[in-house]
Design a protein around this ligand. Structure first.
Ligand SMILES: *Cc1c(COP(=O)(O)O)cnc(C)c1O
Length: 348
């Protein structure tokens, strides 16, 4: 059994849908209708009236496309970070010729509002980037007040909500480019990037006019006549089915199911005397990071070899210090969490 924080297990209903015969995505109107339907369903999950587009390509495509489409050489960009994905935005900005100011702290600390205010007072930024859920540390960032601050300073905001969307509410009101992917809380296979784009972000992209195709958001603005390239039709059908499942259950019920699975996972961890990374208050409803300094890899290996339970460790410097249980989408399920924790109890 896989309980990783992405790619998540794909429910049978979604797998069945992928085995249907598919319309030709370049030719048949029924594909265009299905795509439009997916985008409307995503607007409900994103809780936005902004355009939502779905690009063919795994979630990282959206992160790169957001920067490629808005950042011109020499542009000042504020990259807010307390994790690997947050830091990674600064690399994209540099690759596209922008000047990143990275406001990054220790990965166990919250985003530092005072430092962000000081940065905003000392320079004019065109774009700011941040991550809602830092999956590698299981941290959910409180981004709403920061987004409001950036809105007051007229800065375009780019948010990576890949591992929170569909599992917990994302404060979309002041987000200009809001990034998701199929393989996290939507429980679809990897392969699609979802992007909500505000009118203002479209204007910035039009002005930037990037000379790329694959990492350019603009060709996706109007896809009523054609797509920039052959779309991933089986993946779109899968996402359509996943979104129907989420909306049939109801967003509030889905979010509550995630809260309950997360709370249960943490309670069982506490019974075993295992700490959380960084703390309970900021732990994400979609992923639990247990702090097992110097043991995470060995525990992960034993769970897989002896108990057929697949979890993730931390990444980079924290690789051997964090063990992560993904309880997102189809895996936000108390029985599944119990199976993981029963096995973990035998190992630690
Ligand atoms: C999973 C994830 C992505 C997409 O990257 P992958 O290569 O699929 O891991 C981007 N951002 C965050 C925060 C993620 O959790």
């Amino acid at each position: 059994m896989q309980m990783t924080p992405g790619p998540t297990a794909v429910p049978p209903r979604v797998r069945n849908r992928m085995s249907d015969s598919m319309p030709n995505p370049d030719v048949e109107q029924s594909f265009f209708d299905m795509y439009d339907d997916v985008c409307s369903k995503l607007q409900r999950v994103y809780d936005t009236e902004d355009d939502v587009i779905v690009m063919g390509g795994e979630g990282i495509l959206g992160l790169e496309a957001a920067i490629a489409s808005t950042v011109a050489p020499g542009d000042e960009v504020l990259c807010l970070s307390n994790g690997l994905y947050g830091d990674g935005f600064a690399d994209f900005v540099e690759n596209y010729g922008g000047n990143p100011t990275l406001v990054s702290g220790d990965y166990s600390e919250p985003l530092d509002v005072e430092r962000i205010e000081a940065a905003l007072d000392s320079s004019d930024y065109k774009v700011a980037t941040m991550v809602h859920c830092e999956t590698p540390t299981g941290t959910l960032n409180d981004i709403a007040p920061i987004l409001e601050l950036l809105h007051d300073h007229d800065v375009l905001t780019v948010v990576d909500a890949v591992s929170s969307l569909g599992g917990t509410p994302v404060p979309s009101e002041y987000i200009d480019i809001n990034l998701g992917a199929s393989q996290k809380a939507f429980s679809s296979p990897p392969g699609l990037t979802t992007v909500a784009v505000s009118d203002r972000a479209w204007d910035v992209a039009e002005e930037r006019d990037p000379k790329s195709l694959y990492t350019n958001l603009l060709p996706w603005r109007d896809t009523s006549e054609m797509f920039p390239y052959t779309h991933l039709v089986a993946n779109i059908a899968a996402l359509d089915e996943s979104l129907s499942m989420v909306l049939d259950e109801g967003l509030d019920a889905v979010y509550e199911r995630h809260e309950e699975a997360a709370a249960h996972c943490r309670e069982r961890g506490a019974e075993l005397g295992i700490d959380l990374y960084p703390d309970a208050e900021r732990s994400a409803p979609t992923v639990t990071a247990f702090h097992l300094p110097g043991q995470a890899k060995a525990v992960q290996r034993e769970l897989e070899e002896e108990h057929d339970i697949v979890l993730s460790t931390g990444l980079a410097d924290l690789a051997d210090d964090i063990l992560r249980v993904g309880h997102m989408g189809y895996n936000a399920d108390i029985q599944k969490v119990d199976r993981v924790m029963d096995a973990l109890a035998k190992v630690v």
